[in-house]
Design a protein around this ligand. Structure first.
Ligand code: A3P
Length: 334
């Protein structure tokens, strides 16, 4: 059997991919959950209704392998970038970097969004994947199945979040581009209010962030907490840190040969956005998003072009109040 990681899509039949068969075992339970704006409150987080059955199925049926690497993110925090970086770091010795599969597959086809996969009834496709697997989730820490949270032996988890102000702008622009009418029903002001109230998709954002923050303090060898802003500020440093955390540190020779810088360049916004494979095709089953919509603008501070100072202040105050006393320092709140 091949050793991983390999791109999820390369191990799967394209035709079967287009046939969703969502699990119906939990329909009754889901119908009893609080519903607001198409989102269901499941175990204290607001989920798109169509994804909830998949989350329940993951909790009940998924078993992590000790070698699994989980990327956990709040939506629109830079998941696509993190997927590209982790995939490239972990596969860098399988072939010359110039032939790395990240250059011929969309990052979301390399690292699968497991919540979405289970929601369309295709969770079984994770089984034949060779180890180590890289899997992505938007689940809060408290929702993860026990096998992922187990201390011993314990899978590795890398968490990524971003300034909520930029996150909400990114989400708003992203939803606008969906093929789904419901996705377009979120005007910017409404989304900002939902963020502040903790009812935005997968929110409350502060509980999501704090749960992973606390776990990263408790188990720093297994849970790595990152922000989009710190990744952007010194990507080389973060890539080296990721290599160490994942147990595949860059050797002195690799450093001398500029491998770290090459990984950074390959996964840069400009490079990925320009690749043909990222300009065509789409992701998702219930709500479809074009591959290109995952590469919008990149960078920090686009909120200044869309948000009133009043709303920005409110969002900062809400977030500051919620993380107070946790020891978490978010670069954009200082
Ligand atoms: P913007 O909408 O602010 O441009 P996610 O991947 O979690 O959906 O997040 C998407 C955000 O990450 C978008 O932000 C997108 O442009 C940005 N992004 C995608 N690829 C990136 C990369 N290689 N480097 C930096 N940012 C990237």
């Amino acid at each position: 059997m091949a050793t991983g990681p390999i791109p999820f899509k390369s191990s799967n039949n394209e035709e079967e991919d287009v046939k969703p068969c969502p699990p119906h075992d939990y329909d009754e339970l889901v119908s009893t959950l609080p519903l607001q704006e198409g989102l269901r409150l499941y175990q204290n987080f607001w989920w798109p209704e169509s994804v909830v059955p998949g989350i329940i199925q993951i909790q009940q049926q998924f078993h992590a392998r000790p070698t699994d690497v989980f990327l956990a993110t709040f939506p629109k925090s830079g998941t696509t970038w993190l997927k590209a970086l982790i995939f490239t770091i972990m596969t860098r010795t399988q072939s010359p970097l110039a032939q790395n599969p990240i250059l011929s597959h969309h990052p979301h086809d390399c690292v699968i969004f497991m919540d979405g996969l289970f929601a369309i009834g295709h969770g079984h496709k994770l089984e034949p994947m060779p180890s180590p697997r890289i899997l992505h989730t938007h689940m809060a820490y408290s929702l993860l199945p026990a096998s992922v949270r187990d201390d011993d032996p314990g899978s590795r988890i890398i968490y990524l979040c971003r300034d909520p102000k930029d996150t909400v702008v990114s989400l708003w622009r992203f939803l606008e581009k969906s093929n789904h009418e419901k996705a377009k029903e979120f005007p910017f002001d409404k989304l900002c209010d939902m963020f502040c109230e903790g009812t935005s998709p997968i929110g409350p954002i502060w509980d999501h962030v704090l749960q992973y923050w606390r776990e990263s303090l408790r188990r720093p060898d297994k849970v790595l907490f990152l922000t989009y802003e710190e990744m952007l500020e010194n990507t080389v440093k973060i890539v080296k840190r990721l290599g160490e955390f994942l147990g595949c540190p860059f050797s002195e020779e690799e450093e001398r040969e500029g491998v770290v810088e090459e990984v950074v360049r390959i996964c840069s916004f400009e490079n990925l956005k320009g690749l043909e494979v990222n300009k065509v095709g789409s992701q998702g089953s219930f709500w479809k998003f074009s591959n290109s919509s995952y590469f919008r603008k990149g960078g920090v501070g686009d909120w200044k072009n869309h948000m009133s100072m009043e709303m920005a202040k409110k969002m900062d105050e809400v977030m500051r109040g919620k993380i107070k006393g946790s020891g978490l320092i978010l670069p954009t709140l200082n």
